[in-house]
Ligand binder design. Structure first.
Ligand SMILES: NC(=O)c1ccc[n+]([C@@H]2O[C@H](COP(=O)([O-])OP(=O)(O)OC[C@H]3O[C@@H](n4cnc5c(N)ncnc54)[C@H](O)[C@@H]3O)[C@@H](O)[C@H]2O)c1
Length: 252
Protein backbone atom coordinates (compact mmCIF):
# COMPACT_ATOMS: atom_id res chain seq x y z
CA UNK A 1 0.00 0.00 0.00
CA UNK A 2 1.44 3.36 -1.06
CA UNK A 3 1.76 6.16 1.51
CA UNK A 4 -0.40 9.29 1.18
CA UNK A 5 1.17 12.16 -0.75
CA UNK A 6 -0.41 14.71 1.59
CA UNK A 7 1.95 17.66 2.09
CA UNK A 8 4.02 16.81 -1.01
CA UNK A 9 4.38 19.13 -3.98
CA UNK A 10 4.82 17.79 -7.51
CA UNK A 11 5.54 19.35 -10.90
CA UNK A 12 4.37 17.39 -13.95
CA UNK A 13 5.58 18.70 -17.32
CA UNK A 14 3.31 17.84 -20.24
CA UNK A 15 0.61 17.19 -17.66
CA UNK A 16 -2.26 18.79 -19.58
CA UNK A 17 -3.08 15.74 -21.72
CA UNK A 18 -2.46 12.04 -22.24
CA UNK A 19 -0.29 10.12 -19.81
CA UNK A 20 0.79 13.33 -18.04
CA UNK A 21 -2.84 14.19 -17.21
CA UNK A 22 -3.37 10.68 -15.79
CA UNK A 23 -0.26 11.20 -13.62
CA UNK A 24 -1.62 14.57 -12.44
CA UNK A 25 -4.97 12.99 -11.48
CA UNK A 26 -3.29 10.09 -9.69
CA UNK A 27 -0.84 12.21 -7.66
CA UNK A 28 -3.46 14.83 -6.74
CA UNK A 29 -6.08 12.18 -5.80
CA UNK A 30 -3.47 10.71 -3.49
CA UNK A 31 -2.98 14.04 -1.71
CA UNK A 32 -0.18 15.92 -3.53
CA UNK A 33 -0.38 19.51 -4.70
CA UNK A 34 0.36 19.22 -8.42
CA UNK A 35 1.57 21.95 -10.76
CA UNK A 36 1.02 21.22 -14.45
CA UNK A 37 3.66 22.83 -16.70
CA UNK A 38 2.48 22.63 -20.32
CA UNK A 39 1.97 24.67 -23.49
CA UNK A 40 -1.66 23.56 -23.85
CA UNK A 41 -3.48 26.25 -21.87
CA UNK A 42 -6.99 25.01 -22.65
CA UNK A 43 -6.48 21.41 -21.48
CA UNK A 44 -4.26 22.50 -18.57
CA UNK A 45 -6.79 25.02 -17.28
CA UNK A 46 -9.62 22.48 -17.58
CA UNK A 47 -7.63 19.90 -15.62
CA UNK A 48 -6.78 22.45 -12.92
CA UNK A 49 -10.45 23.47 -12.73
CA UNK A 50 -11.40 19.92 -11.75
CA UNK A 51 -9.33 19.78 -8.55
CA UNK A 52 -8.33 22.27 -5.87
CA UNK A 53 -5.01 20.43 -5.61
CA UNK A 54 -4.06 21.01 -9.28
CA UNK A 55 -2.77 24.27 -10.74
CA UNK A 56 -1.67 25.10 -14.27
CA UNK A 57 1.30 27.19 -15.38
CA UNK A 58 1.92 27.80 -19.06
CA UNK A 59 5.46 26.63 -19.79
CA UNK A 60 7.29 25.69 -22.97
CA UNK A 61 9.98 23.27 -21.77
CA UNK A 62 12.23 24.28 -24.67
CA UNK A 63 12.65 27.70 -22.99
CA UNK A 64 14.95 27.78 -19.95
CA UNK A 65 13.53 31.09 -18.69
CA UNK A 66 10.02 29.64 -18.59
CA UNK A 67 11.27 26.59 -16.67
CA UNK A 68 12.95 28.79 -14.07
CA UNK A 69 9.78 30.90 -13.78
CA UNK A 70 7.69 27.78 -13.04
CA UNK A 71 10.06 26.59 -10.32
CA UNK A 72 10.23 30.09 -8.78
CA UNK A 73 6.43 30.18 -8.72
CA UNK A 74 6.31 26.74 -7.04
CA UNK A 75 8.81 27.95 -4.46
CA UNK A 76 6.97 31.17 -3.64
CA UNK A 77 3.55 29.47 -3.50
CA UNK A 78 4.39 26.16 -1.78
CA UNK A 79 7.94 26.63 -0.42
CA UNK A 80 9.01 23.13 -1.44
CA UNK A 81 9.27 20.63 -4.28
CA UNK A 82 9.16 16.87 -3.62
CA UNK A 83 8.39 15.30 -6.97
CA UNK A 84 9.29 16.09 -10.58
CA UNK A 85 7.75 14.15 -13.47
CA UNK A 86 9.37 15.01 -16.83
CA UNK A 87 6.61 13.90 -19.23
CA UNK A 88 6.52 16.60 -21.95
CA UNK A 89 7.72 15.43 -25.35
CA UNK A 90 7.33 15.86 -29.09
CA UNK A 91 6.62 12.45 -30.63
CA UNK A 92 7.60 13.29 -34.19
CA UNK A 93 7.02 10.29 -36.47
CA UNK A 94 9.46 10.74 -39.37
CA UNK A 95 11.99 8.36 -40.91
CA UNK A 96 15.71 9.13 -41.00
CA UNK A 97 15.92 10.37 -44.60
CA UNK A 98 13.01 12.82 -44.17
CA UNK A 99 14.01 14.31 -40.82
CA UNK A 100 15.43 17.82 -41.10
CA UNK A 101 18.23 19.07 -38.87
CA UNK A 102 15.82 21.65 -37.41
CA UNK A 103 13.27 18.95 -36.53
CA UNK A 104 15.95 16.76 -34.97
CA UNK A 105 17.24 19.65 -32.87
CA UNK A 106 13.76 20.70 -31.76
CA UNK A 107 12.85 17.15 -30.68
CA UNK A 108 16.08 16.97 -28.68
CA UNK A 109 15.49 20.45 -27.25
CA UNK A 110 11.99 19.62 -25.96
CA UNK A 111 12.49 15.99 -24.96
CA UNK A 112 16.07 15.98 -23.67
CA UNK A 113 17.23 19.54 -22.90
CA UNK A 114 13.85 20.45 -21.36
CA UNK A 115 13.98 17.37 -19.11
CA UNK A 116 17.63 18.10 -18.25
CA UNK A 117 16.99 21.71 -17.20
CA UNK A 118 13.92 20.75 -15.15
CA UNK A 119 15.90 17.93 -13.54
CA UNK A 120 18.94 20.08 -12.68
CA UNK A 121 16.94 23.03 -11.36
CA UNK A 122 14.51 20.87 -9.37
CA UNK A 123 17.39 18.93 -7.83
CA UNK A 124 19.12 22.19 -6.80
CA UNK A 125 15.97 23.31 -5.01
CA UNK A 126 15.44 19.91 -3.32
CA UNK A 127 19.07 19.86 -2.14
CA UNK A 128 18.86 23.44 -0.79
CA UNK A 129 15.91 22.41 1.41
CA UNK A 130 17.21 18.94 2.29
CA UNK A 131 14.22 17.27 0.60
CA UNK A 132 14.73 13.60 -0.36
CA UNK A 133 12.79 14.04 -3.58
CA UNK A 134 11.80 11.69 -6.36
CA UNK A 135 12.25 12.39 -10.06
CA UNK A 136 10.67 10.37 -12.85
CA UNK A 137 11.72 10.88 -16.47
CA UNK A 138 9.84 9.57 -19.49
CA UNK A 139 11.82 7.22 -21.70
CA UNK A 140 10.08 4.84 -24.12
CA UNK A 141 10.40 1.36 -25.54
CA UNK A 142 11.94 3.33 -28.42
CA UNK A 143 14.97 3.91 -26.18
CA UNK A 144 15.86 0.24 -26.67
CA UNK A 145 14.32 -0.88 -29.99
CA UNK A 146 14.39 0.64 -33.46
CA UNK A 147 11.48 1.36 -35.82
CA UNK A 148 11.14 2.69 -39.38
CA UNK A 149 9.93 6.13 -38.23
CA UNK A 150 10.48 8.35 -35.19
CA UNK A 151 14.25 8.75 -35.81
CA UNK A 152 14.78 11.90 -33.70
CA UNK A 153 12.37 10.63 -31.06
CA UNK A 154 14.33 7.36 -30.75
CA UNK A 155 17.54 9.37 -30.22
CA UNK A 156 15.87 11.54 -27.58
CA UNK A 157 14.48 8.63 -25.57
CA UNK A 158 17.82 6.80 -25.62
CA UNK A 159 19.34 9.98 -24.18
CA UNK A 160 16.68 10.13 -21.46
CA UNK A 161 17.39 6.54 -20.36
CA UNK A 162 21.10 7.26 -20.18
CA UNK A 163 20.64 10.62 -18.45
CA UNK A 164 18.41 8.95 -15.86
CA UNK A 165 21.18 6.54 -14.84
CA UNK A 166 23.81 9.31 -14.66
CA UNK A 167 21.51 11.65 -12.72
CA UNK A 168 20.67 8.84 -10.26
CA UNK A 169 24.36 8.46 -9.47
CA UNK A 170 24.88 12.23 -9.21
CA UNK A 171 21.93 12.76 -6.87
CA UNK A 172 22.27 9.64 -4.74
CA UNK A 173 24.39 11.46 -2.10
CA UNK A 174 21.49 13.89 -1.64
CA UNK A 175 18.89 11.17 -1.12
CA UNK A 176 17.09 12.07 -4.33
CA UNK A 177 15.89 9.07 -6.35
CA UNK A 178 15.84 9.33 -10.14
CA UNK A 179 14.10 6.75 -12.30
CA UNK A 180 12.40 6.56 -15.67
CA UNK A 181 9.33 4.84 -16.99
CA UNK A 182 9.45 3.47 -20.52
CA UNK A 183 5.89 3.19 -21.83
CA UNK A 184 4.93 0.99 -24.74
CA UNK A 185 2.17 2.08 -27.10
CA UNK A 186 -0.40 4.02 -25.06
CA UNK A 187 -3.67 5.49 -26.33
CA UNK A 188 -3.11 9.25 -26.05
CA UNK A 189 -3.41 12.33 -28.29
CA UNK A 190 0.34 11.90 -28.96
CA UNK A 191 -0.21 8.38 -30.31
CA UNK A 192 -2.90 9.66 -32.69
CA UNK A 193 -0.56 12.49 -33.82
CA UNK A 194 2.09 9.86 -34.60
CA UNK A 195 -0.42 7.79 -36.58
CA UNK A 196 -1.47 10.91 -38.51
CA UNK A 197 2.19 11.65 -39.34
CA UNK A 198 2.17 8.41 -41.41
CA UNK A 199 -0.38 10.05 -43.75
CA UNK A 200 -3.39 7.90 -42.73
CA UNK A 201 -4.35 7.92 -39.06
CA UNK A 202 -6.57 4.82 -39.17
CA UNK A 203 -4.04 2.68 -41.01
CA UNK A 204 -1.25 4.07 -38.85
CA UNK A 205 -3.08 3.01 -35.68
CA UNK A 206 -3.80 -0.43 -37.17
CA UNK A 207 -0.12 -0.90 -37.94
CA UNK A 208 0.80 0.06 -34.35
CA UNK A 209 -1.84 -2.31 -32.96
CA UNK A 210 -0.56 -5.23 -35.05
CA UNK A 211 2.72 -5.02 -33.10
CA UNK A 212 1.11 -5.28 -29.65
CA UNK A 213 1.54 -8.63 -27.85
CA UNK A 214 -1.58 -7.93 -25.73
CA UNK A 215 -3.58 -6.96 -28.86
CA UNK A 216 -4.47 -3.62 -27.31
CA UNK A 217 -2.89 -0.26 -26.53
CA UNK A 218 -1.99 0.68 -22.97
CA UNK A 219 -4.14 3.17 -21.08
CA UNK A 220 -2.62 6.36 -19.58
CA UNK A 221 -3.68 5.22 -16.09
CA UNK A 222 -1.57 2.06 -16.45
CA UNK A 223 1.53 4.24 -16.84
CA UNK A 224 0.40 6.62 -14.07
CA UNK A 225 0.31 3.58 -11.74
CA UNK A 226 4.02 2.99 -12.43
CA UNK A 227 4.90 6.64 -11.86
CA UNK A 228 2.92 6.58 -8.61
CA UNK A 229 4.98 3.60 -7.41
CA UNK A 230 8.28 5.21 -8.44
CA UNK A 231 7.60 8.39 -6.42
CA UNK A 232 6.46 6.43 -3.37
CA UNK A 233 8.61 5.43 -0.42
CA UNK A 234 7.72 1.82 -1.33
CA UNK A 235 10.19 2.31 -4.20
CA UNK A 236 12.99 3.29 -1.79
CA UNK A 237 15.40 0.74 -3.33
CA UNK A 238 14.54 1.57 -6.95
CA UNK A 239 17.14 4.02 -8.23
CA UNK A 240 18.41 4.71 -11.75
CA UNK A 241 15.95 2.19 -13.20
CA UNK A 242 14.25 2.44 -16.56
CA UNK A 243 11.02 0.57 -15.90
CA UNK A 244 9.38 -0.96 -18.97
CA UNK A 245 5.58 -0.67 -18.96
CA UNK A 246 4.89 -1.91 -22.46
CA UNK A 247 2.55 -4.92 -22.39
CA UNK A 248 5.48 -7.11 -23.41
CA UNK A 249 6.39 -5.09 -26.52
CA UNK A 250 10.14 -5.37 -25.95
CA UNK A 251 10.24 -9.07 -25.00
CA UNK A 252 8.82 -10.64 -28.15
N1 LIG B 1 1.73 7.45 -25.99
C1 LIG B 1 2.66 6.55 -26.19
O1 LIG B 1 2.43 5.54 -26.87
C2 LIG B 1 4.03 6.71 -25.59
C3 LIG B 1 4.95 5.64 -25.74
C4 LIG B 1 6.22 5.77 -25.17
C5 LIG B 1 6.57 6.92 -24.49
N2 LIG B 1 5.66 7.93 -24.37
C6 LIG B 1 6.09 9.11 -23.64
O2 LIG B 1 5.15 9.42 -22.63
C7 LIG B 1 5.07 10.83 -22.45
C8 LIG B 1 3.63 11.27 -22.63
O3 LIG B 1 3.18 10.85 -23.90
P1 LIG B 1 1.70 11.14 -24.40
O4 LIG B 1 1.44 10.19 -25.50
O5 LIG B 1 0.79 11.26 -23.26
O6 LIG B 1 1.93 12.59 -25.06
P2 LIG B 1 0.88 13.63 -25.66
O7 LIG B 1 1.49 14.13 -26.92
O8 LIG B 1 -0.49 13.04 -25.72
O9 LIG B 1 0.94 14.76 -24.55
C9 LIG B 1 2.14 15.42 -24.34
C10 LIG B 1 1.91 16.67 -23.53
O10 LIG B 1 3.14 17.41 -23.57
C11 LIG B 1 2.83 18.76 -23.90
N3 LIG B 1 3.96 19.37 -24.57
C12 LIG B 1 4.42 19.13 -25.82
N4 LIG B 1 5.45 19.95 -26.10
C13 LIG B 1 5.65 20.72 -25.00
C14 LIG B 1 6.56 21.75 -24.68
N5 LIG B 1 7.47 22.19 -25.55
N6 LIG B 1 6.49 22.30 -23.45
C15 LIG B 1 5.55 21.89 -22.55
N7 LIG B 1 4.66 20.93 -22.81
C16 LIG B 1 4.70 20.35 -24.02
C17 LIG B 1 1.59 18.68 -24.77
O11 LIG B 1 0.88 19.91 -24.81
C18 LIG B 1 0.82 17.56 -24.12
O12 LIG B 1 -0.03 18.03 -23.09
C19 LIG B 1 6.03 11.43 -23.47
O13 LIG B 1 7.28 11.66 -22.87
C20 LIG B 1 6.13 10.35 -24.52
O14 LIG B 1 7.33 10.43 -25.24
C21 LIG B 1 4.40 7.86 -24.91
Amino acid sequence: MEASLQGKVAVVTGGAKGIGAAVVRRLSNDGAQVIVADIDEKSGTELAGASARVSFVRCDVSDEKQILAVLDKVDSRFGRLDILVNDAAWQLNKPLLETTTEEFEQVMRINVTGSFIFLRESAKRMIAKGIPGAIVNFASTFAVVGSPGYLAYHASKGAIASMTRAAAIALQPHGIRVNAVAPGTVDTPGLHDGARDTGDERRGLESFLALQPLKRFGQPEEIANVVRFLVDEQASFVHGAVVMADGGYTIV
